[in-house]
Design a protein around this ligand. Structure first.
Ligand SMILES: [Zn+2]
Length: 435
């Protein structure tokens, strides 16, 4: 299938940040939390930030942790567990997705074994990111998140968190993001109580918030006012995708998802838990090739079900291949068998001579190879499994896996053993180990 540039870029970025580390222990992850106050001048990019980060020792902190933050930020308060950090080690960023950041190192000796509290206050002018990055500051459109990052962010553990951000209102501008948005006095409060992996804050002088519902699904779309008619078409496609996903995977009560049309010209879109930022949304282009965008939306929405495996390990195929398979099944339902078969054939061709999924070292190989393994090969194996057990049983498997806490391949094989029998589980394990 031909992919648009935006689609590939989105996936590239998603590979990096659509994290779900440690969700196996949901209680622990849900306890990681930011409480932040933000004052921003969109014209200059100057921000003043104060707040707290509560995080739990996930075992990774044995070696200390690193926090990424835009390198122009200067701290006036930096306290960890009551200890005033007058000096700390910083390094240049080693992440190509956060090139302007500095890495602040917190030694193991200042961390507690369980709950840690970081109190911070800093200010500075956000750096200027290259236009390929999906964050930007400007008078008519501001979108800040992980690519700076504008808040202290750790890649090592606790990557899923809840947050509450109070932003000082700006005359004639709307402030919004992925999460619940509420105006309170002269502030806008954005909260996400569900675990997510970024705090994107958007500011625009020209935005419309439309809400659409169907059954138990509610979608919010923030978009340019002149695209209202197109947004109605898009919303009905999104609601259809949501309906299909719930039929294919499992029903979700009161599903609520935020979509934001980014008014950036470049940099593409990206997905986070609970919301999707759509970049370069062009009504004309959509009518010509709506399939790419539908596929993308289906894949990203499917992560509302498929997110439990550790993205830093080979088990990530349980997130990515399952989300991609879900998108393929949505397309099969809406566009028919012929197109689905063509897509699977293409994926088969692309996954020729790739490493086995079992133990796959995604960090040790080129992006193109991980793409082939996670997005093509994994889907082919799941499609083979569907062919072997039949559609009804495959659907049963899909549903029960999505509802369970399965986050490793060995747990998946146990489930397969209990639903489809020992022989199928052995056969599938062999497929996972094949090149
Ligand atoms: Zn994905």
């Amino acid at each position: 299938m031909k992919k648009t540039k935006i689609y590939s870029l989105i996936l590239l970025i998603t590979l990096m940040f659509s994290s779900s580390d440690g969700v196996c222990n949901e209680n622990k992850v849900e306890s990681t939390d930011y409480q932040i106050s933000l004052i921003i001048n969109p014209q200059t990019g100057h921000i003043s930030v104060s707040g707290t980060l509560t995080f739990f020792n996930s075992g990774i902190e044995k070696r200390g942790i690193s926090l990424y933050l835009d390198s122009n930020m200067v701290f006036s308060k930096f306290i960890i567990n009551g200890l005033n950090m007058n000096s700390y080690k910083t390094e240049r960023s080693d992440s190509r997705f956060m090139p302007l950041s500095k890495k602040i190192y917190l030694e193991e000796s200042v961390l507690k074994k369980d709950k840690n509290l970081l109190e911070f206050e800093y200010s500075g002018t956000l750096g200027t990111l290259d236009s390929i990055f999906a964050n930007v500051v400007g008078n008519s459109w501001t979108e800040i998140g992980l690519y700076y990052p504008w808040f202290p962010f750790s890649l090592e553990g606790n990557r899923l968190f809840s947050y509450s951000v109070r932003i000082k209102n700006l005359n004639g501008k709307e402030i919004f993001g992925i999460g619940k948005v509420k105006k309170e006095g002269d502030e806008t409060l954005i909260t996400s109580t569900c675990p997510t992996n970024d705090i994107p804050i958007c500011i625009s002088d020209k935005v419309k918030h439309s809400v659409f519902r169907n059954g138990g699904t509610k979608i919010h779309i923030y978009h340019s006012p002149e695209k209202s008619e197109f947004i109605r078409t898009l919303s009905s496609d999104i609601l259809n995708i949501s309906y299909s996903l719930q039929k294919i995977i499992s029903k979700k009560k009161n599903l609520e998802v935020v979509f934001i049309e980014s008014q950036r010209r470049l940099g593409g879109g990206y997905a986070r838990q609970g919301g999707i930022i759509l970049g370069g949304l062009d009504p004309q282009g959509y009518h010509k090739s709506s399939l790419n965008l539908k596929w993308y939306i289906a894949h990203e929405m499917a992560h509302l079900w498929w997110y439990k495996a550790n993205t830093g390990s080979w088990e990530d195929w349980l997130n990515e291949s399952f989300a991609e398979m879900s998108a393929a099944l949505v397309i099969r339902e809406s566009e028919g068998e012929e197109l689905y078969n063509k897509i699977i054939d293409k994926k088969r061709e692309l996954s020729q001579s790739t490493p086995p999924i079992w133990g796959f070292d995604r960090n040790g190989c080129a992006y193109e190879i991980s793409y082939k393994v996670l997005y093509n090969k994994g889907v082919c194996l799941l499609s083979d499994l569907e062919d072997r057990v039949g559609r009804e049983e495959f659907q049963k498997l899909f549903t029960s896996i999505s509802k369970s806490k399965i986050c490793t391949t060995s747990q998946l094989l146990d489930e397969l053993r209990s639903i489809s029998g020992e022989e199928t589980a052995i056969w599938f394990e062999r497929l996972l180990k094949n090149s």
